[in-house]
Ligand binder design. Structure first.
Ligand code: GUN
Ligand code: FE
Length: 490
């Protein structure tokens, strides 16, 4: 392999790079001598470390000490194993250029997480107010909280704190539900653009005067016009990592037929992502059946809101034919196990949906789920699946208590939080391999004041991975990159 380096390490942008040009990726494979040419310089960075990344849905691979060559565009160009003849020379050259980051002993690279469901305004009430069922929780706590986001200063304060919190937990891509206010949703998108987080942002639609309180609703005409204006405003934001608008009816019970139809038309006109809550709990599921005589999935499909650019939240009550509609259309499910424990009254049958070919990722559902970290969501998904598999009521005989075939391992939950979420959003991230985006985090298992009991120098990687998944906390996360740019350092 020939190493070419041009000049020193170009200074990487400090804040959002507007009008970013993708002009850097030139890896010339197969030179006249039959080898590869590898470029350093031109803003490339090289990271040296050991990494965990999904091999497939059910297994995680450990790649011992390697060099990750990342272009200024944020793409991983090369992964050079320590066994490669060129390892030392590439390492030396990167060090000479000042673009090498070497992990210390006990530090590991993992892909950044994808959180498919966050209600940004609800960060202000996170950790509280979970004593009511969904239909009362909305009116008693959530609509009053969200209606405060007409105050731009307050909105900026909450949004900034939330985006910082998510980045510091290793979450590099987020699908947000904001409020019905365009200014607030656009403000959130701008904050994500500046802080370097990849974001899909929805201005929420709640246009049914019968269903929504007077202080927190909009007319159908306003909802459609404001959604369209929001889409164009967000398309104008130009970031390296990507910030995108999402068409976001809150859920069928909040919206009129006319509003839902118009949103379906906008989705097709702008080829936009769509999201909403779908078959989340008994009450919502029954309300939609009463109104349309059909399921959420069928109704949303008829409104043109269930496409291959759709993420539907929760989906705990999908029938087999509903899940078939998802699989046929290429629509994705956001599994939110914390929130399901409070609002769904059931465990989402993720393995069944995956068996039917449905794309599934995971979400925190802040604040229906109070934990902001995808590590917590991974743990809860594994625990909830065990409860579904084995059942929960000791009065029922063991062989009839659970739903066999529901168990989810930590490896599968990790895959959902990375690769699953990335495929739901059509982003080439979630894996630390050449050709993927460098969205990554460093986890330090020896961080002070952490709960990670690793005493052996040569602990088996499989054990280290399981301990990181189950026990690591925010203090273990030392650095986070999104699209090749450092977005958090702890
Ligand atoms: N359904 C409608 N609105 C909401 C919300 O804010 N959170 C959850 N979990 N479900 C909803
Ligand atoms: Fe939600």
């Amino acid at each position: 392999m020939t190493i070419l380096s041009k000049g020193g390490n170009q200074k990487r942008a400090e804040s959002a790079v507007i009008n970013f040009e993708k002009r850097w990726v030139y890896v010339l494979r197969g030179s006249s001598k039959g080898g590869d040419m590898l470029h350093l310089g031109d803003g490339r960075i090289v990271i040296e470390g050991s990494a965990f990344s999904s091999q497939d849905e059910f297994s995680v691979t450990y790649r011992e000490k390697s060099l990750y060559v990342v272009a200024l565009s944020g793409m991983i160009e090369h992964v050079i194993p320590v066994s490669s003849d060129d390892y030392s020379s590439i390492r030396e050259e990167a060090s000479r250029l000042g673009c090498l980051t070497s992990l210390q002993k006990g530090q590991y690279l993992l892909p950044g997480f994808v959180d498919l469901h966050v209600h940004s305004p609800q960060w202000a009430q996170d950790g509280a107010a979970l004593d009511e069922p969904l239909e009362r929780w909305l009116g008693k706590y959530t609509f009053p909280t969200e209606s405060r986001f007409t105050d731009n200063r307050y909105a900026t304060k909450v949004h900034s704190h939330l985006v910082d919190t998510l980045l510091s937990r290793g979450t590099t891509t987020v699908l947000y539900f904001d409020t019905i206010y365009r200014n607030s949703a656009t403000g959130l998108a701008q904050i994500c653009a500046e802080k370097g987080q990849r974001a899909f942002v929805g201005k929420v639609v709640m246009d049914d005067p019968e269903a929504n309180p007077e202080y927190y609703r909009e007319t159908t005409d306003e909802a459609i016009a404001e959604t369209e204006r929001f889409i164009t405003e967000i398309y104008d934001l130009n970031t390296p990592q990507g910030v995108y608008p999402v068409i976001t009816p809150r859920f069928i019970p909040s919206c009129t037929d006319k509003g839902l139809e118009a949103l379906g038309c906008l989705a097709s006109q702008y080829q936009c992502f769509t999201q909403t809550h779908c078959s989340e709990g008994d009450w919502e599921h029954a309300t939609v059946w009463e109104r349309f005589g059909k399921s959420d999935a069928e109704a949303l499909n008829n409104f043109g809101l269930l496409t291959d650019k759709t993420v539907m939240h929760h989906c705990v009550y999908l029938s087999e034919s509903d899940a078939d509609i998802f699989a046929r259309n290429g629509a994705a499910v956001a599994h939110c196990p914390y929130s399901n424990a409070y609002f769904a009254s059931a465990v989402c049958p993720v393995r069944r949906y995956r068996g039917q070919g449905v794309t599934v990722g995971m979400g925190t559902d802040i604040s229906g789920g109070y934990a902001p970290s995808m590590y917590e969501v991974i743990r809860m998904a594994a625990i909830a699946s065990r409860m579904l598999e084995y059942g929960v009521d000791m009065k029922i005989a063991a062989d009839r208590r659970g739903v066999p075939g529901s168990l989810m391992t930590l490896d599968q939950a990790f895959w959902l939080a990375t690769v699953g979420g990335a495929s739901a959003l059509h982003v080439n991230t979630g894996r630390l391999d050449a050709g993927y985006i460098w969205d990554a985090q460093i986890v330090d298992v020896h961080a002070a004041n952490a709960d990670l009991p690793i005493f052996d120098e040569e602990e088996e990687p499989k054990v280290v991975f399981q301990k990181i998944m189950n026990l690591s906390g925010p203090t273990n996360i030392k650095k986070v990159w999104c699209q090749g740019r450092v977005v958090y350092e702890g």
